[in-house]
Design a protein. Structure first.
Length: 400
């Protein structure tokens, strides 16, 4: 309030929200928005077995098993109906308190009865006087979100990309684009992918139809939800969440040609790269941060090294690590295959073996070819050359 910012922002709270009463209390404490998780999940059919990481969910919510997924009976209407009940309870309590509009209720902490809280034995010695204070409104300001901000979305990088890729969007003609990028360009490629999906759906365009060459330091979520047929080749470095939700596109990140760094020893992309990717390819000429390929379910990635928790909760896809990894590799990994170059011979100590098995790459390739009629995971068919390390022979395969 002192900086005249309160009316320009929306305060969101979450954590155990289940009823309309919870929403009203949150609003009286100053919240504009509310995050629900567990309750809607139960409305959709979850029975809280707490086995999400084991791929054995008996009601088909958190599993990739086609047999178990057939047991899922949830419908969108179940969740919608639940929120109708929440909203109805909120309106009933608002009427009891004398408020006509939800905004009028936000921040009115004087309406909260603190007697039961302060008198509770667990609260003995705690001072709540500064928590339950109604903020004074400055002239022209409100204590709820009432003022829209201009985020200048009309001038973001994706607008220029869509304009230059119009030939590909209209008739599928191949296009090549060259642009500069900086760390304020967040979620680069998301709007372009949306334009592709709007016309061609998830099938997307033929490989490399839209090739975008970029130079600089990309902002968060570079290449998020990148659609099939779109290739992003970045000469520079990425931030966190590169390739989040990758949906068939191809991402290449490499250091500048004039750079003096050693790629095999240098970070080139941040944490949580490829979070929730479902399809596509990523090639990183450098080391990734923590939680690389977390929740990957179908994409292919090659990286020079990775931090802790690589391949966490991975359910599908292929990850090739050409160097060192951090601890807790493959924690909760219930599907997919990871190939790790283990030059120091200590990968067994770094890998979480609760849900995966380790095999030499040669024998695993033979098993895949003989049993599953599938092989060649380590081949990129000459399309991308990322590393000098690829010829090193000592490998371990991590298979779930």
């Amino acid at each position: 309030m002192r900086q005249r910012l309160r009316s320009r922002i929306a305060v969101q709270v979450d954590g155990g929200f289940r009823t309309g009463r919870d929403v009203v209390i949150g609003a009286l404490l100053g919240a504009d928005e509310f995050g629900f998780a567990t309750a809607p999940l139960i409305a959709a059919g979850c029975i809280m077995m707490r086995k999400c990481h084991l791929n054995t969910c008996p009601v088909g919510v958190a599993t990739q098993d086609p047999v178990l997924r057939k047991r899922f009976t949830g419908q969108p209407e179940h969740v919608i109906n639940y929120f109708f009940f929440v909203a109805e309870e909120v309106r009933e309590i608002m009427a009891q308190l004398g408020y006509k509009k939800f905004d009028d209720m936000v921040g009115q902490v004087q309406m909260l009865d603190q007697t039961a809280l302060v008198s509770h034995w667990k609260a003995k010695g705690l001072d709540f006087s500064k928590l339950f204070v109604r903020q004074k409104e400055e002239k022209g300001q409100t204590i709820y979100h009432s003022e829209s901000q201009n985020h200048h979305l009309d001038a973001v990088l994706d607008r220029r990309l869509i304009e230059q890729a119009q030939a590909a969007l209209d008739r599928g003609a191949p296009v090549k684009i060259e642009e500069e990028i900086n760390n304020t360009d967040r979620s680069a490629g998301a709007m372009l992918s949306g334009a592709v999906a709007k016309i061609y759906g998830h099938a997307g365009l033929p490989l490399d139809t839209i090739h975008v060459g970029l130079k600089g330091t990309a902002g968060q979520a570079f290449g998020a939800w990148l659609a099939k047929g779109v290739t992003f080749e970045l000469e520079g470095e990425g931030n966190d969440y590169v390739g989040k939700g990758l949906s068939g596109g191809c991402i290449i990140v490499k250091p500048p040609k004039i750079s003096g760094i050693v790629p095999e020893e240098s970070i080139i992309v941040g944490n949580t790269v490829m979070y929730g990717a479902i399809a596509g390819e990523c090639y990183f000429r450098g080391i990734a941060g923590e939680r690389f390929a977390v929740r990957n379910s179908g994409a292919v990635a090659v990286v020079e090294g990775a931090g802790d928790h690589c391949c966490e909760y991975m359910t599908g896809g292929i990850v090739v690590v050409l160097g060192k990894t951090g601890r807790n590799f493959a924690a909760g990994m219930s599907g997919g295959i990871a190939y790790v170059l283990d030059e120091t011979g200590d990968f067994t100590k770094l890998c979480n073996l609760s849900m995966v098995e380790l095999e030499p790459v040669l024998s695993e390739e033979m098993i895949n070819a003989d049993t599953y009629h599938h092989s060649g995971d380590l081949e990129a068919h000459g399309r991308v050359t990322c590393s000098r390390t690829c010829s090193t022979p000592t490998w371990s395969g991590c298979m779930s």
